[in-house]
Structure formats: C-alpha cells, structure tokens
Design a protein around this ligand. Structure first.
Ligand SMILES: [Zn+2]
Length: 413
C-alpha cells in the first residue's frame, strides 16, 4: 500500500529544523521519502492525506508502563488473569489512539503481558507495539512483590528468574534496586537487591542481547545497579552528583517518570489508593524536578517514561510527564526527542523506530497546532499510524473508564 501524509509542518526527530509544507511517503508500512512537498515524488496510486493546519511527527514511545496496572487503586482483591488481559487490551487500544505507538512494560506478575505483546504483533488486537519485562525481580518483601515483581533471594535465584522471563519472551530484565512508594513496609531510600544479585540477572539479559534496567531512587541504589551493569535507571528520584557521575561514566540512560507521584496524589487518592502509597508519593515530591534538571544539565541522557497503567494514570497519559520534563529545563523539542529518538535507543529499536527517515517503520502522529511551541498540542491527536496502519486519534483522561473497570472487576463478587 502507498500512502502520502502531507502536513503544514513535519518534525522528523533527527535534530534538523521543522519542515514546512512537507510530506512523508509510506510504502508497505515503511517510510520511503521525507521532505518538503516540492521535492516529494508522489507515487502513482498513492493515497494522499493532507493536513493543512497540523504537525506530523513520529509516534511516541513510552519506556516505562505497567499494562496490567488496571486494577491498581480500584480493587484490593486478586484479579483473575483473563479479566486483567481484557482490561489491559482495552487500555492498550486507547493508548494507541492517544499517540503512543510503542510501549515498554516494566513489570507484571500477570503472564498475559506476553500474550498481549504477541496478539498486538500478530494484529489480533489493537495497541501500541509492546515490549515487556515479564515479572520484575525483587528481594523477598521488596518493591513490587504485590503485582509487579517476583521475589528472589541470592544470585542464583535472580539468575534463574531472569532466564525464566527470557524463556517466555522478555525484551528487557527489570530489577528492583531500592524501595519505592507502592509496596507496604518498604521505604524509597532503602537498598534492596544486592549488586551480586543484580549482576547475575544483568548477565543473563546481556547474554540474550537484551537490556536490563533498575528501579532505583536513591544514589546508593543507582550506583549499585550501575555497578551491576544495568543499561538504564528508572525514576532516580533521590539522585545526587555521585549518581549523575556514575550515569555519565557508564553511559546509562535515566527514565525519570515524574508524573506518577502527581497522579497518585491528584487522581489516585480519590479512588482509594492506599494511604501509605499516597503519603510516600507526597514525600517524594520536593526537589524531584530540580534533580532531573541537574542530571539533564550535566549531560545525562533522558528517555521518556510515565509509569502509567493504573486507571488514575492511564496508558497514553503523556502530556503531564512532558510538561514536567519541560519544567526540568528540557525545551519542548528536547522533550519530544526523549519520547522518540532517545526512547527508541533506550529500548534498542533505534534502527527501526524513533525518527522519520527512509527505511524506518511508519509510526506517525498528526496533531493540531505546533507541539514545539506548546506540548499540550499532543493531548488530542487527529490521527495515529502504526507501521502505516491508521487509527483515529483520541485523548485519554485519568479515571475516564473507572466505572466500566469497576463493573468488570467487581462482577465476580
Ligand atoms: Zn514502574
């Protein structure tokens, strides 16, 4: 199939300037030409779409989500796997329409994440291209044992668990290096997995050609995870100069996920998120934006991640995170680079995704206005294409489907 997308502006994420009255030509789901309209050769029989007031840019990549977070804050009861898969499939469809064409799931104890990934890749259900960690790995009682991770103690157990995730099709290995907000009886500044434990799992990831990433909030855990060989740090909320130095020295990417704490407080508390989580999230607010600013100014590479997935912070809820990164000193263009080119590199898909260039997969987003002037232009896309397959754009709102989710979850009570 031949498609031409012509727009008032095309931003290709390669670092060049915005193209005016430009177009992208797509052949069989891949980009074949990008450039000013005057220089485009329109193939015969091409389907031409023209967006005279709009900006066309690469589809967004969110490097940190939890697609099975659908009952989080809503149901205290264990949720049957099949129900969770259906709720996640619904949320994934909405995320695609919100402009996110690739998601990386960083931890679920539901095995349906692997099935969801394959069903999307196979074209059975609609959603962003999904990369998954499977279950995260945490110590006994560690961060996320209540839904995101499986507990393992000692290097051998961590190695075995990493191998198990890889056997099932994991694209990345997720390690819990410190405490966080969402698990009882843990504190964000506490160390959890040891260097030895993390190193064993990282080795298995790297042997399989996959990256490893660590949930790590305080500097000592960030430094330990880097010592163990991880490729990126998730959150880094309590980082300081020593953490920045380690990230720079070892070329480690930071995925700040600033919006999750805000969403826990603004939309999670109201629907029943446990108070221990909301209180810990609130305690993490002071200084967090400034610390990301400090890391960014020092030259740390920032990749985009929201930690979305719960009804109060739905998949595709990206603009709030973008505005917080902008507050941390990134220009709107740098924010968009973090969510396209840099994100593609963080998930090791830079040869196929992240920019609009000939040969790459045609993941496209059309928005009204100019997101380089105002990132809020991304909140309500007009059209989204994944590998050239078009869906109509639609905004997502926190808790918009809360009643439907509750009805689905509580029907078994
Ligand atoms: Zn997370």
């Amino acid at each position: 199939m031949l498609q031409v997308f012509r727009a008032a502006r095309v931003w290709d994420a390669t670092g060049g300037s915005m193209l005016h009255d430009a177009a992208v030509v797509v052949e069989e789901g891949r980009i074949s030409q990008v450039g000013p309209w005057s220089r485009i050769t329109v193939p015969e029989q091409a389907e031409v779409r023209h967006f005279p007031e709009h900006t066309l840019l690469p589809g967004l990549i969110d490097c940190h989500v939890h697609v099975t977070g659908q009952s989080y804050g809503v149901s205290p009861l264990p949720v049957p796997e099949a129900k969770m898969a259906l709720l996640a499939a619904h949320a994934l469809g909405r995320a695609l329409r919100a402009g996110v064409t690739t998601l990386r799931d960083l931890g679920s104890t539901f095995q349906c994440v692997f099935a969801l990934k394959d069903a999307i890749a196979g074209g059975i259900i609609e959603g962003p291209r999904l990369l998954v960690a499977g279950a995260g790995i945490c110590m006994t009682g560690g961060h996320g044992y209540n839904g995101l991770a499986i507990q393992a103690d000692g290097a051998d157990a961590c190695r075995r668990l990493a191998r198990e995730q890889l056997r099932q099709g994991a694209d990345v290995i997720k390690l819990m290096a410190s405490g966080g907000a969402a698990t009882p009886r843990e504190l964000p500044h506490e160390s959890q997995l040891t260097v030895e434990e993390m190193r064993a799992a990282v080795e298995e990831a790297h042997k399989a050609g996959r990256p490893a990433t660590a949930h790590a909030l305080p500097t000592h855990s960030i430094v330990e995870a880097i010592e163990a060989g991880v490729d990126s740090i998730e959150h880094g909320t309590l980082l300081d100069d020593a953490a920045i130095e380690a990230m720079l020295k070892h070329d480690v990417t930071l995925v700040p996920t600033l919006s999750i704490a805000d969403r826990m407080i603004s939309h999670g508390a109201a629907v029943g998120l446990p108070s221990y989580t909301v209180d810990k999230a609130r305690a993490l607010l002071p200084g967090r934006v400034e610390r990301v600013a400090q890391a960014y100014r020092a030259g740390v590479r920032i990749a985009f991640g929201t930690d979305a997935g719960a009804p109060f912070h739905p998949l595709g809820d990206v603009v709030h995170e973008m505005l917080l990164l902008h507050e941390a000193g990134l220009t709107p263009e740098q924010v968009l680079i973090s969510a396209t080119r840099t994100a593609a590199a963080a998930i090791r898909r830079q040869s196929e995704l992240g920019t609009l260039e000939p040969g790459k997969i045609a993941d496209l987003l059309v928005v009204r206005g100019n997101p380089l002037l105002d990132l809020r232009a991304l909140a309500d896309p007009v059209l989204v294409a994944k590998a050239g397959q078009i869906v109509e754009g639609a905004a997502v709102e926190p808790n918009a489907y809360l009643e439907q989710i509750k009805a689905t979850l509580y029907a078994h009570i």
